[in-house]
Structure formats: structure tokens, C-alpha cells
Design a protein around this ligand. Structure first.
Ligand SMILES: CC(C)=CCC/C(C)=C/COP(=O)(O)OP(=O)(O)O
Ligand SMILES: C=C(C)CCOP(=O)(O)OP(=O)(O)O
Length: 304
């Protein structure tokens, strides 16, 4: 991909490639109950920044040890977008955040009902693992690496990863949460999928153990900054740009970084964590890290 593209152009172009790939991963004529297929497609096709799949592909390209890495990584990029989309569908349910809008559209359960929204999430989660297997069967990812990626996704998206973070978030709504507890929630509910995306891309790209370590540190700090920025945007963001309602954290009595340390301190924390992330990325000594540095800066300044 041309280096002349700005970060924003790179993200839009890569997101469009991911969207095209998702169309074949989730075929329109799939022989499954029509309502279920429609409900899955409704949320997957609704857009979003496609940050996680873009990170898979950018990390795969940054290593520069496997020229076919980005193509080989596409099914994994689709998998993480399916996992992320399932998590948003379930997060919006009345039993969780009870939100009406997501990605600029009515939430899944508002259109298809709660039962179909739960099942669409379940099906996307399950299909993500199928897609990773296809990266080995069809796209040439070595089986040992696909196995490693399945293992990491099981951990980082599961009880000790994203689901655990979401559970702690739900429980935290009921009591005062310290900054340490909040960090735990953010790291698991948000950073873990970001860490997964970067590590999966790096594995396929042929990263060394040392590079994988540093990339993990990059993702951990970047993910925490990303979630704090999400909390900031919930307070001061524009609903039209965000495609979801603002002030929902306050309405749900959620303990957030702005709630605990104030808005300005939170903004400074996003900048500090972005610096920490970039230092780790520097230490990774990747062959072509420019895209990842660009994405880190872009995310720090994002307004949606
Ligand atoms: C297992 C599940 C359901 C995981 C959900 C994980 C997650 C990151 C939800 C969105 O967080 P948020 O509520 O802070 O973000 P938003 O403002 O987009 O709703
Ligand atoms: C982890 C968080 C903050 C939930 C929203 O994630 P994104 O902001 O990446 O949502 P989309 O762009 O994919 O809709």
C-alpha cells in the first residue's frame, strides 16, 4: 500500500477492503434462518471505524518478513470485527447498557428484538473462530500460527479478557470504583481486543518473541487511551459524529476516568498513554512501523 496515503486515507481504504472481505465471510445467500442472517448483517454492515481489523493488517505489514502477510491476515481481520460487533450488540441490550443507537442506526435489539440480537451476537462470535481456521485452510497461514491465534483470542475475548472486563464493568456500576479497578475494566473490556489484533497481525507477519512483547505493550497502552477517549467523547462528543448517544455513562452512573480524575486530567492521560504506547512501538524495532505510529496519533485526536 502506498506510503503517500495519509493515516486517515489508509484507514478508510483498509476499512473498505475489510468490508469487502466481510461480504464473502458472511455471504448474503448463506443458508441460515433469514432473520438471523439479516440481524448479523445489520450490525456488521452498519460501519464503524474498523479499527481492530485495520490494526491486524497494519501490524502484519509492519513486520515486513512475510510479503503475503496482509492478504493472509484478512480472515483474522474479519474475525476480530465480528467479535467486536457481537460485543457491541450485547453491550447495547437492555440487560447491559440499554442503548437505542449504535453506529448511527437503531441498535440491533430495537430492530430485531432481544432474542435475535442475542443470537446474532452468539453467531458472530462463533463464526469468528471459523474464519480464523479459514486463514490456515485457504489463505496459507501456517496451522501452528492459526492455532496460536485461536488460543490468544479465546483468552483475550473470554472470561479473563473482554467478557471479564465487561462483567467487572457491570458490577462496578453498583459501587464506587477506584482508578485501579477502572484500569482493570478498561484493559480487559477494551485493550484486550486491541492487543489481540496487533499480536495476531504480528504473528502472521513473522514477528520475533521480543517484537510480540513490545507490540503487546503498545496495544495495552493504546487500548487504555482509546477507552478513556471514548469516556471523554461520551461527555463532550457530538452524537451525530459518534453515531451513538452521549451522556450515557452519567445516566447509568458509570464510574469513568473523567468522573474519577476530571476531564482535563483524562485528556492528559490519553496523551501520556499514547506516548507510552509509542515508546513501546519504538522499542519493537519493526521494519516499517510508520502506519502504526500514525494510527496511534490519529486515535489520540479522534472525535468519533
Ligand atoms: C462481552 C461484552 C458484551 C463486551 C462489551 C465490551 C465493550 C468494549 C463494550 C463497549 O464499551 P462502552 O459501553 O464503554 O462503549 P460504548 O460507549 O460504545 O457503549
Ligand atoms: C471499546 C469501545 C470504546 C466500544 C466502541 O468501539 P469503537 O469506537 O471502535 O466502535 P466502532 O467504531 O467499531 O463502532
Amino acid at each position: 500500500m502506498s506510503e503517500a496515503l495519509t493515516t486517515q486515507q489508509y484507514i478508510s481504504q483498509t476499512a473498505a477492503e475489510v468490508e469487502a472481505a466481510l461480504k464473502s465471510v458472511l455471504p448474503a445467500n448463506w443458508d441460515v434462518p433469514a432473520q438471523l442472517r439479516e440481524s448479523m448483517g445489520y450490525s456488521v454492515d452498519a460501519g464503524g471505524k474498523r479499527l481492530r481489523p485495520v490494526l491486524v493488517l497494519a501490524a502484519a505489514e509492519a513486520i515486513q518478513r512475510n510479503p503475503a502477510a496482509a492478504k493472509a491476515a484478512m480472515p483474522v481481520a474479519c474475525a476480530i470485527e465480528m467479535i467486536h460487533t457481537y460485543s457491541l450488540i450485547h453491550d447495547d441490550l437492555p440487560a447491559m447498557d440499554d442503548d437505542d443507537y449504535r453506529r448511527g442506526k437503531l441498535t440491533n435489539h430495537k430492530v430485531f428484538g432481544e432474542a435475535m440480537a442475542i443470537l446474532a451476537g452468539d453467531a458472530l462470535l462463533t463464526h469468528a473462530f471459523y474464519s480464523i481456521v479459514q486463514s490456515a485452510r485457504v489463505n496459507g497461514v501456517p496451522a501452528e500460527i492459526a492455532l496460536q491465534i485461536v488460543e490468544e483470542l479465546s483468552v483475550l475475548a473470554g472470561a479473563s479478557g473482554m467478557v471479564g472486563g465487561q462483567a467487572a464493568d457491570m458490577l462496578g456500576e453498583q459501587g464506587v470504583t477506584s482508578i485501579e479497578q477502572l484500569k482493570y475494566i478498561h484493559q480487559h473490556k477494551t485493550s484486550d481486543l486491541i492487543v489481540f489484533s496487533l499480536r495476531a497481525g504480528a504473528w502472521i507477519g513473522g514477528a520475533t518473541a521480543e517484537q510480540l512483547e513490545r507490540v503487546t505493550e503498545f496495544g495495552t497502552a493504546l487500548g487504555l487511551a482509546f477507552q478513556i477517549q471514548d469516556d471523554i467523547l461520551d461527555l463532550i462528543g457530538d452524537e451525530a459524529k459518534l453515531g451513538k448517544k452521549t451522556n450515557s455513562d452519567v445516566e447509568q452512573h458509570k464510574v469513568t476516568y473523567p468522573f474519577l480524575i476530571g476531564l482535563e486530567e483524562s485528556q492528559m492521560e490519553v496523551e501520556r498513554l499514547t506516548d507510552v504506547a509509542k515508546q513501546a512501538l519504538n522499542q519493537a524495532e519493526l521494519e516499517a512501523p510508520a502506519r502504526l505510529f500514525g494510527i496511534a496519533d490519529y486515535l489520540m485526536k479522534r472525535d468519533h
